[in-house]
Design a binder for this molecule. Structure first.
Ligand code: HEC
Length: 398
């Protein structure tokens, strides 16, 4: 019991830290992208300044100027933006270990996808994370990333291929988190291994009175463009665990493919707008079409979905299924060893509870295969179809 309570608290603390650090990171990076794009040249700027921007916030006016490459002499104090990114990764990694590796049986493995042991699944997750990151880093360093369009298409195909592979190895939920973790790792590593070190080289060169090599700035800029376009998809992937219809349905990997397209397209709208260009309003038509596509794909039902042609089953049949597949965890006193209280306070142990939670049961176990987690109680496609047809018939309990 104690280990389960401790991991629960660890999960809360690291999730809190992770979300706050990510807000700080994304917030400041969106802010700087906006600032950078909105800088305008004006008459009376100091030497070496490329542009200025005026902003109003919190009761005061700010005049911000940007020195291209760097000012002539270094200021005594310089604020660096890096710990937001590092803290996001460190807390995220701990959270992944606590939630997905320590509870791999429930959240990383799905026995009906592939019968892995928790250890195998955690090792697979960690190694594929490291490998995917190394491939990206290698591709960037080899110079491939300079062909921007080809690299973007290649990167997209690579991530979709990973989504397909992971959803056929791990649970849907685990797979979504895994892709999110890979994208997040790439983004933080871009800050840690390229953007900040190159910025440091520039500062060092200036202090030594030498002109900094422009390639350092260029390489940093390229990585920061990658990060800009990856930000929105990674946020959806990280909150996807709350949406069983996203991760627990048959075409979940295609849903990832749509999300990976939509995020950059939406970013494009803001990038263009903040640069003072004509706003590409077509973006919202694409975004709406993408969301409709996701909705439509998620309606395909769980993996191996069956459509029942039988008449609406009696409630007793549904109650039998729920009590044999769900109530070992969703009861006042769960009997599943790692579960101490009914998860999310959802009780599925008698007729009135089942009736009250009918739609939740539908989203988690009939129209998706999110529950039972990891399919630990081996619910069959026929049983899901039975519940679906009971719901379609009005979820009558008598
Ligand atoms: C092995 C234990 C276990 C079994 C068996 C199980 N669940 Fe769950 N259930 C959980 C856990 C753990 C969570 C919390 C998941 C999380 O933290 O996101 C949960 C969450 C839920 C939720 C809440 C989802 C939300 O919106 O937050 C619903 C609804 C649910 N389960 C329904 C079911 C149904 C229906 C079944 C049977 C088909 C079932 N569960 C079987 C462990 C179980």
């Amino acid at each position: 019991m104690w280990d389960s309570v401790i991991t629960e608290w660890a999960s809360l603390i690291f999730r809190w830290l992770h979300v706050v650090a990510a807000m700080g990171w994304i917030g400041s990076s969106f802010y700087f992208i906006h600032l950078d794009l909105s800088l305008k040249p004006s008459g009376d700027l100091p030497e070496g300044v490329a542009g200025e921007a005026w902003q109003v916030h919190g009761g005061g006016f700010y005049r911000i100027v940007k020195y291209l490459v760097a000012p002539k002499s270094m200021p005594d104090e310089l604020t660096w933006f890096k710990w937001e990114a590092y803290t996001t990764w460190l807390s995220g990694f701990v959270l992944m270990v606590v939630v997905y590796y320590l509870d791999a049986e429930l959240f990383l493995v799905d026995k009906s996808v592939l019968d892995l042991t928790p250890g195998q699944a955690a090792a697979f997750s960690f190694c594929s994370l490291a490998l995917a990151f190394l491939l990206y880093e290698g591709a960037c360093r080899s110079g491939l990333a300079r062909h921007e369009r080809a690299f973007a298409i290649g990167g997209y195909v690579f991530l979709v291929a990973l989504a397909y592979a992971f959803t056929h190895i791990l649970s849907g939920r685990g797979a979504f988190n895994q892709i999110g973790a890979i994208v997040g790792t790439i983004m933080v590593a871009n800050v840690f291994l390229t953007i900040i070190p190159n910025q440091k080289k520039i500062v060092a060169a200036l202090l030594a009175g030498q002109p900094p090599d422009p390639k350092w700035g260029k390489a940093g800029k390229l990585r920061s463009v990658h990060n800009n376009y990856l930000t929105l998809p990674v946020v959806v992937l990280m909150i996807s665990n709350h949406y069983p219809l996203l991760f627990g349905t048959r075409y979940n990997w295609l849903i990832v493919a749509v999300v990976l397209l939509l995020g950059p397209v939406i970013r494009h709208f803001f990038n263009a707008r903040h640069a003072g260009k004509k706003s590409p309003w077509w973006v919202w038509a694409v975004a709406a079409a993408g969301m409709l596509a996701i909705g439509w794909l998620s309606a395909a039902g769980p993996r191996n979905a069956k459509t029942s042609t039988a008449p609406t089953p009696p409630f007793s049949e549904v109650a039998d299924i729920v009590s044999s597949r769900c109530s070992m965890c969703h009861a006042a006193e769960p009997v599943w060893s790692s579960i101490t209280t009914a998860p999310k306070d959802i009780l599925l142990d008698d007729a009135s509870h089942i009736k009250r939670n009918a739609r939740l049961i539908g989203r988690n176990a009939a129209w998706s295969n999110a529950m039972p987690p990891g399919n630990v109680t081996e619910m069959t496609p026929d049983e899901r179809a039975t519940i679906a047809s009971w719901l379609a018939g009005g979820a009558v309990a008598n």
